[in-house]
Design a protein around this ligand. Structure first.
Ligand code: PGA
Length: 264
């Protein structure tokens, strides 16, 4: 498996000058040669270029937060995978819960985005996770551990099977799965180590079932209120191959500490 992966998802934050300061300060702190883990910054589209310039001499990679599922054409306001490559992106986040739940993205749209992005050579961070209602339902309906797990895992199985079904063994090695329980994103609530381990183990089983040759090499990240105060517990979970960080990636001090906790 590749090195652990730390992704900073800035969401709809930071003007270009702020983006320049933050990415510049991060590269200074890390040092240009830092490669103990792979770091990816995903700024908003408007700041891709300034961040690209700030990180160009370092091992930090550029990522986008979204992409459209068509190659080109009359899709006002959208950005294609080849445009992202042209803008210097190596990565794209697909299927983030804010896009699924606020912007109504469907599993089918996510599948199209995954397949086009892969064909353009982008690496993908595919987000999956259950809502609070789905987790509560699993707990309510569970007469036994197996039934609870079946309910709990079912939304993740649907999201992953749908997004990955057209990929082959080679293509899936360009994907990282980010498990982000929706109830933990931006809420300050984090899944416990046991909860994270349980779902990450399940995701690994599903990956090896779908891709017996390369499912073991796909990185599985945790996301959802990752902070300096909980990162040590999160990375100590054996099944965690990295983290997807929202709010805490907007401060250079906290993001730097998180990176160092993951990579050393
Ligand atoms: P958060 O966001 O760290 O602010 O909870 C994580 C994410 O949405 O990727």
């Amino acid at each position: 498996m590749d090195k652990k992966l730390v992704v900073g998802n800035w969401k709809m934050n930071l003007l270009r000058e702020e983006a320049r300061e933050l990415s510049g300060a991060l590269v200074n702190l890390l040092g240009e040669g830092y490669d103990a883990c792979q770091v990816v910054l995903a700024p908003p589209y408007t700041a891709l270029e300034v961040v690209r310039n700030c990180i160009s001499a370092s091992n930090v990679d550029l990522g986008a937060q979204n992409v459209f599922g068509e190659v080109r054409g009359a899709f006002t306001g959208e950005v294609s995978a080849s445009m992202l490559v042209d803008a210097g992106c190596r990565w794209v986040i697909i299927g983030h819960s804010e896009r699924r739940h606020i912007l109504g993205e469907t599993n089918e749209q996510i599948r199209e985005k995954v397949s086009l992005s892969i064909s353009c050579g982008l690496k993908i961070i595919l987000c999956v996770g259950e809502t609070e209602a789905q987790r509560e339902e699993a707990i309510r309906k569970s007469e036994d551990v197996l039934t609870r797990r079946r309910f709990l895992f079912s939304p993740i199985r649907t999201q992953m099977e749908s997004a990955l079904r057209s990929l082959d063994e080679k293509q899936v090695s360009d994907i990282a799965i980010a498990y982000e329980p929706v109830w933990a994103i931006g809420t300050g609530k984090t899944a416990t180590s046991l909860e994270i381990a349980e779902i990450h183990q399940y995701i690994r089983e599903l990956l090896t079932e779908m891709f017996p040759g390369s499912g073991n090499n796909v990185r599985i990240l945790y996301g959802g209120s990752v902070k300096t105060c909980n990162i040590e517990d999160i990375v100590s979970v054996e099944e965690v191959d990295g983290v997807l960080v929202g709010g805490a990636s907007l401060s250079v001090d906290s993001f730097f500490k998180i990176i160092k906790s993951v990579g050393g």
